[in-house]
Design a protein around this ligand. Sequence first.
Ligand SMILES: *Cc1c(COP(=O)(O)O)cnc(C)c1O
Length: 381
Amino acid sequence: MTKEIPKRKIPVCSPFLNGQEMEFVTEALKDGWISSSGKYVTAFEQEFSRYCGAGYGIAVCNGTMALHLALVALGIGPGDEVIIPDFTMIASALAVVYTGARPVFVDAHPDTWNIDVSAIEAKITKKTRCLMPVSIFGNPCDMDAIKAMAQKHHLFVIEDAAESHGAEYKAKKTGSLADITAFSFFANKNLTTGEGGMVVTNDKKLADRCRYFKNLCFPLEGPRNYIHEDIGFNYRMSNLHAAIGLAQVQKADEYRAMRIKNARLYQELLKDVPGIIFQKDTSDSLHVHWMNAILLDPVLFGKTRDQLMASLAQQGIETRLLFIGMHRQPCLQRLGCDSQGAYSITDNLAFNGLYLPSASHLTDEDIRYVCQCIQRTCSCA
Ligand SMILES: *Cc1c(COP(=O)(O)O)cnc(C)c1O
């Protein structure tokens, strides 16, 4: 007879606000500086870009707008094509669509689950302007291979690093690996401001263009004459959000270590359960494990993904589906984006993958409980 495990309630991913968030936000409120004019915006931009090893940071209102701004700064527009992974969050594709350009999809690599670099070249056309890899779940892409491809075809590289704050590739952090990098600080990301984003770059010209377009194309210098030469956007981040962000960056290494420790414990405890597959780290990299995603082989595991999710839900454990491939999105199909190509790796992840609870502050007991419940669901147990 199996021993009863006392039931717990574990959300899939809640934010961890364990530093000076309250203090900084309160100070901003007391000062009355609550808009984007305020010292925390500048301080957050400086501290986060420095953390990434990059020269410039431009804070914006969310990660989707950070991606859009990066594309705008590079001059991407109608008639252009941007290559993105098929296996990503919809925002990667939508940011391209907002510019008038077309997103072109490449299937995931079976091991790293990032864009399959060996399949990129076949998708490059005369219209391709940019490669936009995503470090999926915090696993850095093989940036040397991507940059070599970009150089060969005269393309820009934008990294969608919404999931990979603090990740490293060959000892360099995301944010310093591409021409321009976009981060998200949504509530469940490794570092958060509730809602927020940042564009990070080493290129002063690109940084200036981002600042210009993010603020309605008000001139960066000189007196405000209310004449606007270009179509701009209001993508500003408020001082209140930046106050949270500054407190988060101060703890970035600590939070990163927590996510990595949690992921290692999951991998250790589940390594002998048949049919559970983990994402493989890219070589020479530090994966920061935004989400603990697993891929199920239902035959070996003895249950389907949906059966496992239902069983975990009964035990108080919240899980989520992984992303559905971009080639299956009705909104993109209607724009004429590819829906017919071969995307079997993405499809397998979408149909047989799930996220396990992944907050930074999960306890070892929480993780042991989740793994015990998985083991008990497996019909091999
Ligand atoms: C979260 C995320 C985004 C979008 O960020 P928001 O802040 O929610 O707009 C973009 N790309 C990827 C890969 C993401 O995971």
